[in-house]
Write a new protein. Structure first.
Length: 104
């Protein structure tokens, strides 16, 4: 089992037992949200979508975490290209994010 999988399994057990969430800076135990990867994923997903007639219209990610996303290499580009949730959704979106596409 890889180091990442072990850390994830440990964090998942902890989350189930204590209902933990990532903190305000995206940390949970020894896990850290990879905002660089998320921003790059959103940018390239949008670029790929455009080649197929869709683009990202809306992203749901915990608003408290978005500033870390916007501070990344792709942050300014995605901030000006797609809308981000302004309010906390029905469940906290820290361990996953949603992407809504719209047709071009
Ligand atoms: Zn969700």
């Amino acid at each position: 089992m890889s180091r990442c999988r072990r850390a994830w399994a440990r964090a998942s057990r902890k989350a189930r037992s204590t209902a933990s969430e990532f903190d305000a800076e995206g940390r949970l135990g020894d896990l850290r949200i990879d905002f660089e990867a998320i921003a790059a994923h959103l940018w390239w997903l949008n670029r790929s979508g455009r080649a197929h007639g869709v683009e990202i219209g809306y992203v749901i990610l915990d608003p408290k975490l978005q500033r870390f996303l916007f501070e990344t290499k792709y942050g300014p580009k995605i901030r000006n290209t797609m809308r981000f949730s302004q309010k906390r959704a029905w469940v906290r979106h820290d361990e996953h994010y949603h992407v809504d596409f719209r047709c071009l």
